[in-house]
Design a protein around this ligand. Structure first.
Ligand code: UDX
Ligand code: ADP
Length: 464
C-alpha cells in the first residue's frame, strides 16, 4: 500500500470540517480537500475572513487560517476530489428517517448511498473509503456492496473510523483524543488499509491510543459510547426530579456519587435535557437494530434513556407554566441560549426547541438571545417541528442580539444553554427591567442562585 498523499472528505459539516482541518494542520505533507454539494457552505469555509466559517468552534478559525490554501482546500467539485484522492472520508449527514419503514427510529442512509454510488462511478484507481458519519451497524456492508459491483476493476477497502469529538471542544478533542478507533477487514488488504490510516493519525497521536477492531465492532462501539454517555445524563436527570420533591440537592448528589472512582465525575450534570445530533439519533439506531433482531427487552432498556430525556424537557416547560400561575398566555418569557450546548452554533435536537414549542402551545411570547445562533436558524428549528405555521412561530418568537433587551419586560427568564457569559451579566439591571415577581428557571444550574435570590429573583434550578 502506497503512502497516502491526497485525502478527500465528502461533507463539510460539524464533523467533516473540524476533523479534516485538524488532519491538514497536523499532516502538512497530505493534501486534504473537503467537498460539499452545498455551495453556500463551501463559500463560507472559503471566506477570506476566517471568523465567517460556518461552524463555530473555539480554536477552529485559527486552524483553518493556518492550513487553508496550503494543504487544506474546500470545493464543490466532488468528482474531481474523489478522482484525485487515495483515501476518501464519508462525512455526510445521516438523520433519523422521517418517512417509511423505520420512520422516527432508523437512520436515513440516502446520502451515504449516493456518496458510495458517486465514488463507484468516478474512481479510476484503487481507494480506501472511510466511514466517518455515525452509521448503524453493518452499513459498511451496503457501501461495500455498491463499491464491489462497479465492474470497473477498481479495488476498494472500507474502513470504519467513528468520530468521538464533542462539539464545543472539537479542536481539543481532535488534537488529543482519548482514543481513535479504526475498524477494517481481517484480510491482508484490509490490514494494509488500516495501517495506512493508523500512519496518518500516528503523526500526532500516541500509538497506544489508536485502537483497531473489525468493522462491525467499530460501528457498534460508536453507538454504544454515545448511549452510555446519554444514559448517565438521563440517570442524573431522573434523580433531579426526585430531589425536587425531597430536601436533597442534585449538585450535592452528583458530587457525592462522582467521587466514587468507579462512577467518576463526568457527565453527571443535571440539565433541561441532552441535545445534539448524536445522542438521540444513535440511541434510536440502537433501539431499532435491537428490535429488528427481536430483542425487545434490549430495545426497551435503551429507549428509556430517550423517554426520560423527553420527560425532562417537557417537565421544565410545565414547571414554568405552573409557577406563572398556570398560564403563560401573552406573557413574555426570555430564553438565554438556543444552542444544544455552549461554545457551538449547532442547534440540532437542542432542548430549547422543545421547551419553546411547549410554551408556544401555551401561547407564551418568547424572546430569545443566543451568542452564536442566528435568527434564521431559530425560526427554521421551530418550523421543522411542523407544530404550527411559520407565521405563528414568527409572531410568538422574537430574536434579540442583546441579552438585556431580550429580558426587558419579561415575566420569567429560562436558561437553556450553559454559555459562560450568562454568569457575568449585570443581574441587578436585568431584575430592575423585569415584571415582578421576577422568576428565573436555570435549566443548567450555572447561575449564582444565592446572589440572584438576594437581588430579589425567585429562582428555580434543576433538582434543587
Ligand atoms: C457527543 C459525544 O460526547 C461525542 O463523543 C460524540 O462524538 C458525539 O456526541 P456532542 O453531542 O457534541 O458529543 O456533545 P456532548 O458534550 O456529549 O453533550 C451532549 C448533550 O448532553 C448536550 O446537550 C449537553 O448539554 C448535555 N449534557 C452533557 C448534560 O446535560 N449533562 C452533562 O453532564 C453532559
Ligand atoms: P455532521 O454533523 O455529521 O457533520 P452536517 O449536516 O453538519 O452533519 O454535515 C453534513 C454535510 O454533508 C452537509 O453540509 C451536506 O450538504 C453534505 N452532503 C450530504 N450529502 C452529500 C453528497 N452526496 N455529496 C457532498 N456533500 C454531501
Amino acid at each position: 500500500m502506497k503512502n497516502i498523499t491526497k485525502i478527500c472528505c465528502i461533507g463539510a459539516g460539524y464533523v467533516g470540517g473540524p476533523t479534516m482541518a485538524v488532519v491538514a494542520k497536523q499532516c502538512p505533507n497530505i493534501k486534504v480537500t473537503i467537498v460539499d454539494l452545498n455551495e453556500a457552505r463551501i463559500a463560507a469555509w472559503n471566506d477570506p475572513d476566517v471568523n465567517n466559517i460556518p461552524v463555530y468552534e473555539p480554536g477552529l478559525s485559527e486552524v483553518v487560517a493556518e492550513a487553508r490554501g496550503r494543504n487544506l482546500f474546500f470545493s464543490t467539485d466532488v468528482d474531481k476530489a474523489i478522482d484525485e484522492a487515495d483515501m476518501i472520508f464519508i462525512s455526510v449527514n445521516t438523520p433519523t428517517k422521517t418517512y417509511g419503514a423505520g420512520k422516527g427510529m432508523g437512520a436515513d442512509l440516502k446520502w451515504i448511498e449516493l456518496c458510495a454510488r458517486q465514488i463507484a462511478r468516478v474512481s479510476k484507481s484503487d481507494k480506501i473509503v472511510v466511514e466517518k458519519s455515525t452509521l448503524p451497524v453493518r452499513t459498511a456492508e451496503a457501501v461495500k456492496d455498491i463499491l464491489h459491483n462497479t465492474g470497473s476493476g477498481v479495488k476498494f477497502q472500507i474502513l470504519s473510523n467513528p468520530e468521538f469529538l464533542a462539539e464545543g471542544t472539537a479542536v481539543q478533542d481532535l488534537l488529543a483524543p482519548d482514543r481513535v478507533l479504526i475498524g477494517g477487514d481481517d484480510s491482508i488488504e484490509g490490514k494494509e488499509a488500516i495501517q495506512a490510516l493508523v500512519d496518518i493519525y500516528a503523526q500526532w497521536i500516541p500509538l497506544d491510543r489508536i485502537l483497531t477492531t473489525n468493522v462491525w465492532s467499530s460501528e457498534l462501539s460508536k453507538l454504544v459510547a454515545n448511549a452510555f454517555l446519554a444514559q448517565r445524563i438521563s440517570s442524573i436527570n431522573a434523580i433531579s426530579e426526585l430531589c425536587e420533591k425531597t430536601e436533597a440537592n442534585i449538585n450535592e448528589v452528583s458530587r457525592a456519587i462522582g467521587t466514587d472512582s468507579r462512577i467518576g465525575p463526568k457527565f453527571l450534570k443535571a440539565s433541561v435535557g441532552f441535545g445534539g445530533s448524536c445522542f438521540q439519533k444513535d440511541i434510536l439506531n440502537l433501539v431499532y437494530i435491537s428490535r429488528s433482531f427481536g430483542l425487545s427487552e434490549v430495545a426497551d432498556y435503551w429507549e428509556q434513556v430517550i423517554i426520560m430525556n423527553d420527560h425532562q424537557k417537557k417537565r421544565f416547560a410545565l414547571n414554568i407554566v405552573r409557577s406563572l400561575y398556570n398560564t403563560v398566555s401573552g406573557k413574555k418569557i426570555a430564553f438565554l441560549g438556543w444552542a444544544f450546548k455552549k461554545d457551538t452554533n449547532d442547534t440540532r435536537e437542542s432542548a430549547a426547541i422543545y421547551v419553546a414549542d411547549e410554551l408556544l402551545n401555551e401561547q407564551a411570547s418568547i424572546q430569545i438571545y443566543d451568542p452564536k445562533v442566528v435568527e434564521k436558524q431559530i425560526y427554521g428549528d421551530l418550523d421543522y417541528l411542523e407544530t404550527r405555521s411559520a407565521e405563528l412561530n414568527k409572531s410568538g418568537v422574537t430574536v434579540f442580539n442583546d441579552p438585556y433587551e431580550a429580558c426587558n419586560d419579561a415575566h420569567a427568564i429560562a436558561v437553556l444553554t450553559e454559555w459562560d457569559e450568562f454568569k457575568d451579566y449585570d443581574w441587578k439591571r436585568i431584575y430592575d427591567s423585569m415584571l415582578k415577581p421576577a422568576k428565573i428557571f436555570d435549566g443548567r444550574n450555572i447561575l449564582d442562585h444565592k446572589l440572584l435570590k438576594e437581588i430579589g429573583f425567585k429562582v428555580y434550578g434543576i433538582g434543587m
